[in-house]
Design a protein around this ligand. Structure first.
Ligand code: ADP
Ligand code: MG
Length: 696
């Protein structure tokens, strides 16, 4: 519970100063200016008073109880100040001062000292190197922060890993006249974490929307847990930056190569039900709409314009984001027709033409508000000189009031009509500059509803022999990089009944030629050597070998090619499967986020095409289905140009088993099944090449 931090009854400012250019001055001044509801105690051994407040030499001299201390003194004095806070019984300390972990080893040592002291007294630390917190609740009115944006009560809460971004988001809300509820930017996050703050904002009844900016997840699993509990009843709109940070990391699998930071962010947000944005502009605009408008009850938009072109742009943008255009019924079109001049268009987008005035807009808005097919409204208007534009705004806002559908607007006009825009905004309808923005915002609202109402599906456990697989891992002798020998890979897949194309392995070329008698021609010959990662690239795969003579020749060639290696190569002879459609599947331990399960199409071009879908394990069948459905190459699997669909269930089963494997066998860090050949006939789907890397 962070009430002592966000709803303190009394606060101290340690380092309160009379110097106007200091943080100690600014924090005190902000608390005072914004009418903090409780007593404020400046602490400064050199002053008798600061502003009109009596000053104390130490918190220990303050006669009253204090819930929250703001520390604004140089870093080296902070440990002692925290010690005194402990003695005083203060439970929350915001450290505004910098000079800790962010400056290197010495700072880290100071930070550790502070944390150790805090732990001893049961103090929670916010920061250090942090802006502070704000709570605009008029009952509290806490501006414990050194920034400058005025505090105006609202229902959007702002949480950011960067003070600069937090302030910018707030500033942009302020520019359009929108207030905020709670605000947090916790600097080094040495103790109170973003996840904890998120949970607190989630539990605040007056917060309708949370705007979040993250640079890195401290504990992705915890984040998913916390956010998933919030998003069913409150949208979290987020930006994650720094998406290229891991680009340079050594990558040893295809699955790993496809799983960049950007993709894993998408997967984490998806699991948590968080709506992701890529620009602050869209984030702010969407937050305003979410905070003032109800979520839509369906996935379509009705566009109304008096100016043609912009409506088409809005429509294009909406369609590009899977927000459909409402099909207006004949009855609705007829009703609209009766209100509008004959030149108007009554099909969506509805174009009233520029001459439409209050008498037209009032009734048509009522018709659309009452039509259950209309899920959301996007108004894109100009302000013609020959129309009573204020009258139009009054009619629109009057007719749509309480209609229970999200409405957003764009006005293409100038300063002369600012009062008209204000009228619309005052009614809670967000007004944007561009029609595309309005469409993006409505699309985000529809996406939120789809995520909120999605059916996660039932947990399903397929029968596998996890104990046998554990035994394989316990006995395995992985290579230096942690790759399992081919024989162990085969056994491990068998334990999970993931079928592998029939193969015979042999440690000598002559053995390989003989082994083929166990299989039916045509066959495939593959080299098996721990140094050979991409067999094809090194001439280590020969496909479609028709008979024993050809196999002998292929073996002889490979023997020559791989002669002179420190370890002699082994060979695998495998049945040649024709007519399968190739997919890649895999899993990857994703540093702290859990294990990601992947499916992709494109064969050897998967990385170029980047057609892969990831989800965090464990998976439900619904997850597995939606992963396959989301592939760009889905229709190749589902059958195109007269081909039948491959047996999807066998692919789903492998995905589910990989999900189970992630839980059963945490030693596995990466696995590529590349390719899996999928066939229309159930039971024929088989893995022909697999690589598994375990923690070394
Ligand atoms: P690598 O990926 O190390 O080059 P693979 O065993 O994946 O080696 O073989 C390369 C390609 O050859 C596969 O992607 C697949 O297209 C084809 N292939 C391999 N084994 C078989 C098989 N048993 N039946 C049909 N095609 C195969
Ligand atoms: Mg391969």
């Amino acid at each position: 519970m962070l009430d002592g931090l966000y709803k303190p009854r009394a606060v101290a400012v340690i380092g309160a100063s009379t110097k106007t250019l200091s943080i100690g001055y600014r924090v005190l001044e902000n608390l005072r200016m914004h009418d903090f509801r409780g007593p404020i105690f400046p602490i400064n051994p050199r002053e008798r008073s600061v502003r009109s407040f009596r000053c104390y030499r130490s918190v220990l001299e303050v006669p009253d109880e204090i819930d929250l201390a703001n520390i604004c003194i140089p870093a080296k004095f902070v440990p002692k100040a925290v010690e005194e806070c402990g003695e005083k019984g203060i439970k929350f300390v915001i450290i505004h001062s910098a000079g800790f972990r962010e400056v290197g080893e010495k700072g880290q040592a100071l930070e550790n000292e502070v944390l150790e002291t805090a732990r001893r007294y049961g103090i929670r630390i916010y920061g250090p190197n942090s802006q502070g917190v704000m709570n605009s609740d008029p009952e509290v009115s806490l501006y414990a922060n050194f920034t400058f944006t005025p505090m105006k009560p609202g229902n959007i809460s702002i949480l950011a890993q960067s003070g600069g971004v937090a302030e910018l988001l707030n500033l942009n809300l302020e520019r359009i006249g929108v207030g905020f509820r709670m605000y947090g930017s916790n600097g080094n996050a040495s103790d109170i974490s973003i996840d904890e703050l998120l949970e607190y904002f989630g539990s605040d009844d007056e917060t309708r929307v949370i705007m979040l900016y993250v640079e890195s997840f401290q504990d992705p699993q915890r984040f998913v847990e916390v956010a998933s509990a919030i998003t069913p009843h409150k949208p979290i709109l987020a930006i994650k930056s720094g998406t290229s940070e891991e680009g340079a990391r050594a990558i040893t699998s295809h699955t790993g190569a496809l799983l960049d930071v950007d993709t894993s962010t998408d997967v984490i947000f998806e699991k948590a039900g968080v709506i992701r944005f890529h620009t602050q502009e869209d984030l702010v605009q969407a937050a305003v709409a979410f905070s003032r408008q109800p979520p839509p009850r369906g996935n379509t938009v009705t566009v109304v314009t008096n100016a043609g072109g912009p409506a088409i742009q809005a429509t294009d943008q909406a369609m590009a984001l899977d927000l459909g255009l409402t099909k207006l019924s004949g009855k609705t079109q007829q009703a609209l027709r009766e209100c509008l001049n004959p030149m108007s268009s009554v099909r969506n987008p509805v174009d009233t033409t520029a001459t439409a005035g209050p008498d037209e807009f009032g009734p048509i808005m009522k018709i659309l508000a009452d039509d259950p097919d209309v899920h959301s409204l996007l108004l894109t208007l100009v302000t013609p000189f020959f129309v009573d534009n204020m009258g139009v705004a009054e009619q629109i806002t009057g007719a749509l009031e309480g209609c229970g559908k999200p409405v957003v607007a764009t006005y293409m006009t100038n300063e002369n009509w600012a009062h008209v825009i204000q009228k619309v905004r005052d009614a809670g309808i967000p007004v944007f500059d561009y029609p595309e923005t309005a469409a993006r915002v409505l699309a985000a609202m529809a996406r939120y509803v789809a995520i909120r109402d999605r059916d996660p599906g039932e947990a399903e456990t397929l029968e596998v022999d996890a104990d046998a697989a554990r035994k394989v891992l316990a006995d395995a002798k992985p290579s230096g990089d942690g790759f399992l020998p081919a024989a162990d890979v085969t056994r491990l897949l068998a334990a999970y009944s993931i079928s592998l194309a029939r193969s015979v392995r042999s440690t000598s070329g002559s053995g390989a030629a003989g082994a083929a008698s166990d299989l039916r021609f045509p066959v495939v010959l593959k080299v098996d050597h721990e140094d050979v990662v991409h067999k094809t690239d090194e001439g280590g795969v020969v496909l479609d070998i028709p008979d024993a003579g050809a196999l002998e020749r292929a073996v002889a060639e490979m023997d020559t090619r791989f002669a002179g290696r420190s370890i002699a190569p082994a060979y695998v002879v495998q049945e040649f499967l024709t007519g399968g459609r190739e997919v890649i599947m895999g899993l990857k331990d994703a540093a702290g986020a859990g294990t990601m399960i992947m499916i992709g199409t494109g064969g050897i071009y998967t990385e170029v095409l980047r057609d892969a879908q990831f989800r965090l394990a464990p998976l439900t069948r619904t997850d597995a289905r939606s992963m396959i459905a989301a592939l760009k190459g889905h229709s190749i699997l589902a059958g195109t140009r007269g081909e039948p669909s491959v047996d999807m269930e066998s692919l789903e089963d492998i995905l589910l088993k990989l999900g189970q494997m992630a839980g059963d066998l945490p030693e596995i860090v990466e696995m590529d099944l590349n390719p899996v050949l999928a066939f229309a006939e159930p039971g024929r789907t088989a893995v022909v090449d697999a690589r598994i890397r375990v923690r070394s």
